[in-house]
Design a protein around this ligand. Structure first.
Ligand SMILES: [Zn+2]
Ligand SMILES: [Zn+2]
Length: 77
């Protein structure tokens, strides 16, 4: 038994599974590489991607750049 990773349908043969998978991939050929979202059109995917881009950018800046308004440490005497 094979099962479809998209809808958990049980399918008896591999060729039937491949046939069945086309349903899912044909409906939404443009897949987001950051989450499980799929889109029927490339422009729909393109308008979805900035959501992740903003998150990634925020993570990147908070981790990689020093805090801009940190108090200067007074020199020890
Ligand atoms: Zn399926
Ligand atoms: Zn996504």
């Amino acid at each position: 038994m094979y099962h479809c990773p998209f809808c958990d349908l049980q399918i008896p043969s591999r060729s039937r599974l491949v046939e069945h998978l086309v349903k899912h991939t044909k409906e939404k050929p443009f897949r987001c590489s950051f989450c499980a979202a799929g889109f029927t059109r490339r422009d729909a995917l393109n308008s979805h991607l900035p959501k992740h881009h903003a998150v990634i950018e925020r993570l990147h800046t908070s981790r990689c750049s020093p805090p801009t308004h940190a108090m200067p440490v007074p020199p020890l005497r």
